[in-house]
Design a protein around this ligand. Sequence first.
Ligand SMILES: [Zn+2]
Length: 157
Amino acid sequence: MYITPHVLVGASVGLATGNPIFGFIGGVASHYVLDAIPHADSGTLHYGQLTGKSLDIRDYILSTIDVAAAVLSIIWLSYKVPFVDSASIWGALGGAAPDSLVLLKLFLPKAAEQSILKAYYYYTDKIEYTVKPQYWWLGVVTQVITIGAALWYLLAR
Ligand SMILES: [Zn+2]
């Protein structure tokens, strides 16, 4: 999924735990759960052939909007509800953290060659449910619902 749903769900999990350490661990766990839900991202735009080199201007624009939306939504929420405590922030960071390893694979493929990382990518690729290009709309709907559910939970606090 994109970073925005990961960050908002991570913040929700962190808030639910009320503890920075459990919040971070729960945020990381939520990442894999969300990636198992059918979703559209750069993997859909470059289905089956996503590498750092295959990324184009459309990917960079979408990623920039995505990261900006994630950061701005956390800032906006901090004014809306007194929810930004260390547990929810660590949850949000945990929710985003696993994608740093995806960036490693895309941009430093040599560094991603280590056997422990190869095993990690083997299993996370199995979990990851990126929709095929013709189902991109389904992959957008699932992320809109995910974002909506997380906002609903956070704003209800
Ligand atoms: Zn991911």
